[in-house]
Design a protein around this ligand. Structure first.
Ligand SMILES: Cc1cc2nc3c(=O)[nH]c(=O)nc-3n(C[C@H](O)[C@H](O)[C@H](O)COP(=O)(O)OP(=O)(O)OC[C@H]3O[C@@H](n4cnc5c(N)ncnc54)[C@H](O)[C@@H]3O)c2cc1C
Ligand code: FES
Ligand code: FES
Length: 486
């Protein structure tokens, strides 16, 4: 049984297929057709809904793509759709702003924009332009144009939260969500099974008993199997309630991030230590995807163009993997064996990612190159961590990793060797750029040609050199996202 609040109504669903997306549930089962399907693959935002969840006693709202969310993820949450915004008082202030600013023409994208704006007003009542662009970057509109929509969102910015019906019922909603309790361990429907463990021991046992089961974290990769390739997933293990792999903690030397932490929270944990990591994550997919997609899923998916792995490899991150009662630690760079082939054994899962904290002798930079600035996958992603001898400014260690350059995210070892033992000069960088040409043989595909990839990767080294030498002269470099819309 999956129990959740659909706005304020308690739903207890026993017969929903574990492979059913929230989008199809809304449109086909409860006939709430305000939520639209555009792409079915997380790219357009037309299907955006908001999920409310009690976190540390407070209600947190996050926008998600309902086309990529399986119903198994709804247990214990409040699902809010565009139909729920209007109250007896009339249109919700977000809806009214869209009307007042002429933010809708054909209207197909409008429910998605409204829900992203609604989540924004809840999370950042006094949102500035940056917050607004970030919140709306995962929503596409083909006819109105973005300026009226952005202006509508900005008009809502105020010091205090909007006192709407959700504000009024907040305490009651928290009590009702808390009363729902833990999910059932097993849910069977439509010939399929979803397991919902609530701790790592249960998870480990289920995976041992069902080695063919698919782990479902945020689902932003896995759901495409169902929505794009029309494949069935017969046994799912949903990780969203395994609390001990959803935490972030810090030791003196490391930041330890549970595998099931979504990128929105990874950003909060890493940005203060590594601003470049933060800046890159602001360009990772869309906010809807970052609210769902986890760091463990990003690594386990083993895409050669995933953004997390090159950065984590360059930082010297390691992971704890667990199989039954046994754990083992592995360096991230040893995890990727070949295209989509990893070190994970059947029934094994990623438990925690350990990231070394920065030290004064190290510089870290990361760059994402994609066709579109927001909400696009990398053609090339380069990450660089250089360690310097403080006295002589010589490079004593270099960790350089790239995505998009080979079948797996990988280190550029020849390039690294060309830097070690040398001062960071233009001559050294030019040698390293030449060495990089022998590290990889990139391929041409829809995102970039092999020539573009090779040249861009080399130029990123030059950019690294320019930024580091510029910073050394006491200048600061703006690492936050710079938007080009005025
Ligand atoms: C529109 C769109 C844009 C995207 N943009 C980007 C982007 O810019 N950069 C980028 O890097 N990626 C991007 N992605 C890919 C995806 O969002 C990320 O890879 C995300 O981090 C996957 O995490 P998840 O939690 O959703 O994984 P899921 O889809 O739940 O799982 C992915 C795989 O990992 C396995 N898995 C999950 N957790 C574990 C675990 N703890 N242990 C072992 N195996 C596990 C699952 O079984 C599955 O095989 C995009 C995806 C979409 C749909
Ligand atoms: S339908 Fe396009 S993001 Fe879901
Ligand atoms: S109003 Fe038509 S797609 Fe946005």
């Amino acid at each position: 049984m999956i129990r959740f609040l659909l706005n304020q109504t308690l739903c207890e669903e026993q017969h929903l297929s574990p492979n059913l997306t929230v989008l199809n549930y809304l449109r086909e089962h409860v006939r709430k057709t305000g939520t639209k399907e555009g792409c079915g693959s997380g790219d357009c935002g037309a299907c955006t809904v908001v999920l409310g969840e009690v976190v540390n006693g407070k209600l947190e709202y996050r926008s998600v793509n309902s086309c990529l969310t399986f119903v198994s993820a709804l247990h214990g949450k409040q699902l809010i759709t565009v139909e729920d915004l209007r109250s007896q008082a009339g249109l919700h202030p977000v809806q009214k702003a869209m009307v007042d600013f002429h933010g809708s023409q054909c209207g197909y994208c409008t429910p998605g924009f409204i829900m992203s704006m609604f989540a924004l007003t809840k999370n950042s009542p006094n949102a500035d332009k940056e917050d607004t662009y970030e919140a709306l970057a995962g929503n596409l509109c083909r006819c109105t144009g973005y300026r009226p929509i952005v202006n509508a969102a900005l008009s809502l910015s105020q010091e205090t939260p909007i006192r709407d019906q959700f504000f009024e019922y907040e305490k009651e909603t928290i009590d009702r969500l808390n009363a729902i309790g833990l999910p059932d361990l097993e849910h069977h429907a439509d010939g399929k099974t979803a397991f919902t463990p609530t701790n790592s021991n249960e998870l480990a046992d289920i995976l041992l008993a069902h080695p063919d089961a698919k782990m479902l974290a945020g689902g932003t990769d896995l759901a495409l199997e169902v929505t794009q390739f029309h494949r069935d997933i017969n046994t799912l293990v949903y990780l969203g309630h395994v609390d001990d792999i959803k935490t972030v903690n810090e030791s003196e030397t490391h930041i330890n991030i549970g595998a099931n932490v979504p990128f929105t929270d990874v950003y909060r944990a890493l940005e203060p230590h590594y601003p470049d990591f933060g800046a890159l994550l602001q360009r990772f997919a869309s906010l809807q995807i970052r609210n769902q997609g986890t760091v463990g899923g990003n690594i386990a998916n083993a895409s050669p163009i995933g953004d997390g792995p090159p950065l984590l490899i360059a930082l010297g991150a390691s992971m704890t993997l667990r199989l039954g009662n046994t754990t083992r630690d592995i360096a991230l760079e040893d995890f990727f064996h070949d295209y989509k082939v990893t070190a994970l054994q059947p029934s094994e899962f990623i438990q925690t990612i350990h990231i070394p904290k920065p030290t004064p002798d190290k510089a870290f930079k990361a760059y994402k190159i994609s066709k579109r600035f927001d909400d696009d996958i990398s053609a090339v992603c380069g990450a660089f961590r250089l360690t310097f001898d403080q006295e002589s400014d010589t490079v004593t260690e270099a960790r350089i990793a790239f995505g998009g350059m080979s079948a797996t995210p990988a280190r550029a070892t020849l390039c690294e060797q060309a830097l070690i033992g040398k001062p960071l000069s233009l001559a050294t960088i030019q040698v390293a750029m030449n060495a990089l040409a022998n590290d990889f043989s990139p391929i041409s595909d829809v995102r970039a040609t092999k020539e573009y990839r090779a040249e861009t990767a080399a130029n990123l080294l030059y950019r690294l050199y320019t930024e580091l030498t510029y910073a050394k002269d006491g200048n600061t470099i703006e690492t936050r996202v710079i938007h080009y819309v005025s």
